[in-house]
Design a protein around this ligand. Structure first.
Ligand code: PZK
Length: 322
């Protein structure tokens, strides 16, 4: 679920940590700081040409990942759709939690898909909430009847809804490695009991609010990962929020517990990659092939559909090159 950052120039980084696919753009007036799988982070330069320590530029690319690979075919407009979806969610959540957004006035090359944000001290925890049982939560439940250490009733299955969202935090693993579950006691030890309790409360409320809004519009948000910064001892919502890259989106009309649910956004990508048509063997360890145009176009349409359903607004690209 997470996109841990990768240093922009680290000769010692394992080659697997270097994202495949289209590279981060060079931006005049900014220093490249990090690249995650599908996003890039920059620091604006001050008048002396030094990186500022109070601001960051968060750029969402059109890159898409599947089965832990970054595909070499970008999905047109994905970065802009997800950026605008996050900005819309920040507004919907503004009465619950302050956020890091400063401005959307950004360089032309990334207009529409970049946000200038306050640079914060980040909590060293991936704050995950789950409203439905699937993925890593389902694996833990099948092994010992718990999710994040909480004992749950018997008889739950893939896709079961919880009475209320559970806080299931994890470690921030380096790029290319998977986050490990953390116990709540470990979160308390890492950030102190007060910030831990506030992070748990906010993370579960963000997902509950997200589903109140999304389910009325045909989308289930099964689970989500949020990141908090700390400013004047208060939690500030950072990063992206309630996007299909940070959350599992499911089509509500197809929800049926008992089997894996189709992904709202990546269903066509996964289906094609696993089909004979792709010629790719997931077990081979090889990078997947480029996606055909019709799969790309149908996937772009799913991101736009999610944005339009949620916000009630028609997506019109405002970005670069238009
Ligand atoms: C921060 N990331 C994840 C995002 C990447 C990596 N407001 C902030 N202050 C300090 N640090 C971060 C943020 C935010 N948001 C976010 N890593 C650090 C990330 C985008 C691209 F490569």
């Amino acid at each position: 679920m997470a996109d841990a950052p990768t240093p922009s120039s680290d000769a010692s980084a394992p080659s697997g940590a270097v994202p495949a696919g289209p590279a981060a753009p060079v931006l005049d007036g900014y220093a490249h700081v990090y690249s995650g799988k599908v996003r890039d982070l920059y620091a604006p330069l001050d008048d002396a040409g030094a990186p500022r320590d109070d601001l960051l530029l968060l750029v969402a690319s059109d890159r898409i990942s599947a089965f832990d690979f970054v595909l070499d075919t970008p999905v047109p407009d994905k970065g802009e759709v997800l950026t605008r979806m996050s900005l819309w969610w920040f507004e919907q959540l503004a009465d619950l939690v302050p956020n890091h957004v400063v401005s959307t006035d950004v360089p032309d090359a990334v207009r529409g898909r970049a946000v200038l944000v306050r640079r914060l001290e980040m909590l060293p925890v991936e704050c995950v909430a789950r409203a439905y049982l699937t993925g890593g939560g389902l694996r833990e439940y099948r092994a010992d009847g718990t999710v994040s250490g909480l004992t749950l009733p018997e008889g739950l299955t893939d896709g079961s809804r919880f009475p209320e969202p559970l806080f299931t935090p994890s470690t921030k693993a380096p790029e290319g490695q998977h986050d490990e579950p953390m116990s709540y006691a470990e979160v308390e030890a890492a950030v102190g009991p007060s910030l831990a309790a506030r992070a748990r409360d906010l993370t579960t409320r963000i997902l509950a609010r997200g589903n109140e809004i999304a389910q009325a519009r045909g989308i289930i948000v099964a689970d989500t990962k949020v990141e908090f910064g700390v400013e004047a001892d208060e939690l500030v919502l950072a990063d992206e929020v309630l996007t299909p890259d940070s959350s599992r989106f499911w089509p509500a009309d197809q929800w049926e517990p008992g089997h894996p649910q189709p992904s709202f956004d990546k269903e066509f990508v996964r289906e094609w990659l696993l089909s004979r048509a792709s010629g790719w063997d997931k077990a081979s360890g090889e990078a997947p092939p480029s996606l055909p145009d019709d799969v790309l176009e149908r996937t772009r349409a799913k991101y736009v559909e999610a944005y339009e359903r949620l916000t009630g607004e028609t997506f019109r690209p405002r970005g670069a090159d238009r």
